[in-house]
Ligand binder design. Structure first.
Ligand code: URC
Length: 286
């Protein structure tokens, strides 16, 4: 019985890239997920471990980031074609390249603020008991927002394990989970929801942030200031880190234009903002 190598391919899956283009103070973002897969003269690597024909998947990832800087990312089809042609044309052992790109849409909410398209989930939890006590908590989750500038983080506590560099300009992005407690009942819940959501998004966009914690407080404060019908806002906000990619090995600078959008681990910032005289929550949060 003889054993042979069948069809095969290899590549880097899901290179998460955010490309920021600055038009003065007005920013544009492109948020994509790129997967490349190459095939060709790959018998040797499978049969003997000879890697001479293998363009490392790490190089494929670097190429995505370097091309994003060098050529920009406009239509994903054009960017995919550029990459696929490059892999095949630059390396004789690569006979075929498959490039798949997903693009995530964002709606503008200011000069450098965006809300991810696709929408959040609206939520509520109500309690009512035999003594006639009722609580209503409304909320939302998966409201993804991003500021491409206007965020700093420095002056933090350091110890022998700290490697994080302070920054005065970073991308700030989060998927907001917010719940707010109503005082009393009987209102237009749709109107209330729309208004609170608007406050949260506006405060996120308009706050020059020194930390996500500060932004969290500003969001809760804005909603409570604008809406008398609620008395407490609880927020959970993952810090969706965007790391500038070091493009210097390829002779390219990166002035906050090309980011690796990491999905984990993430900072998780949670907090409650409430009126000092808020009535007792009772079972509202249970
Ligand atoms: O806004 C932030 N808050 C933190 O507590 C924190 N920690 C960290 O590493 N980065 C950040 N960013």
């Amino acid at each position: 019985m003889s054993i042979v190598l069948g069809p095969n391919r290899y590549g880097k899956a899901e290179t998460r890239l955010v490309r920021v283009v600055r038009d003065g103070g007005r920013h544009h973002i492109k948020d994509v997920n790129v997967s490349s897969s190459l095939s060709g003269d790959m018998a040797a690597v499978h049969l003997t471990g000879d890697n001479a024909a293998v363009l490392p998947t790490d190089t494929q990832k670097n190429t995505v980031y370097a091309f994003a800087k060098r050529h920009g990312v406009d239509q994903i089809e054009d960017f995919a074609l550029l990459l696929a042609r490059h892999f095949v044309e630059a390396h004789p052992t690569i006979r075929h390249a498959r490039v798949e790109i997903e693009e995530y849409g964002w709606d503008r909410r200011g000069e450098h603020s965006f809300v991810r398209r696709g929408g959040e989930v609206r939520t509520c939890v109500v309690h009512h008991d035999a003594d006639g006590r009722t609580t209503v908590v409304s909320g939302l989750k998966d409201l993804v927002v991003l500021n491409s500038t206007g965020s700093e983080f420095h002056g933090f506590l350091t110890d022998e394990y700290t490697t994080l560099q302070p920054t005065t300009d970073r991308v700030l992005a989060t998927a907001v989970t917010a719940r707010w407690r109503h005082t009393g009942g009987g209102r237009d819940y749709l109107d209330s929801y729309d208004a609170v959501r608007d406050c949260l998004v506006q405060a996120f966009a308009e706050t020059h942030s020194l930390s996500l914690q500060q932004t969290l407080y500003a969001m809760g404060e804005r909603a409570l200031t604008a809406r008398a019908e609620i008395c407490e806002v609880r927020l959970a906000m993952p810090n969706k880190h965007h790391f500038p990619v070091d493009l210097s090995p390829f002779g390219l600078d990166n002035d906050n234009e090309v980011f690796f959008a990491a999905d984990r681990p993430y900072g998780l910032i949670e907090g409650s903002v409430l009126r000092e005289d808020a009535p007792d929550a009772g079972f509202a949060w249970e």
